[in-house]
Design a protein around this ligand. Structure first.
Ligand code: FES
Length: 80
């Protein structure tokens, strides 16, 4: 399942270190970049975050967030 096929956020607990989040929606390893953006003409590159400490984050799974790669609650706005 690709990243933006989901109806809500993907909640992940990250450990200290560097993480690459998918920004193109083509990854098969959501929410992480798996290199699928290469050669697909997406013009997208992964969003790189360096975590200094363990942290739980909510990554957008629907593709509607205006704060990608993070969830901003936009997934629920069509259901009203
Ligand atoms: S696979 Fe989507 S940004 Fe790399």
């Amino acid at each position: 399942m690709a990243l933006y096929d989901k109806k809500g956020p993907i909640v992940v607990k990250e450990e200290p270190g560097v993480t690459f989040y998918c920004m193109c929606g083509l990854t098969e390893d959501a929410p992480y970049c798996d290199g699928s953006h290469n050669g697909q003409g997406t013009g997208k590159t992964p969003y790189i975050v360096r975590f200094k400490e363990a942290k739980t984050v909510r990554i957008c799974g629907c593709g509607k967030s205006e704060k990608l790669p993070y969830c901003d609650g936009a997934h629920g706005q069509d259901e009203k």
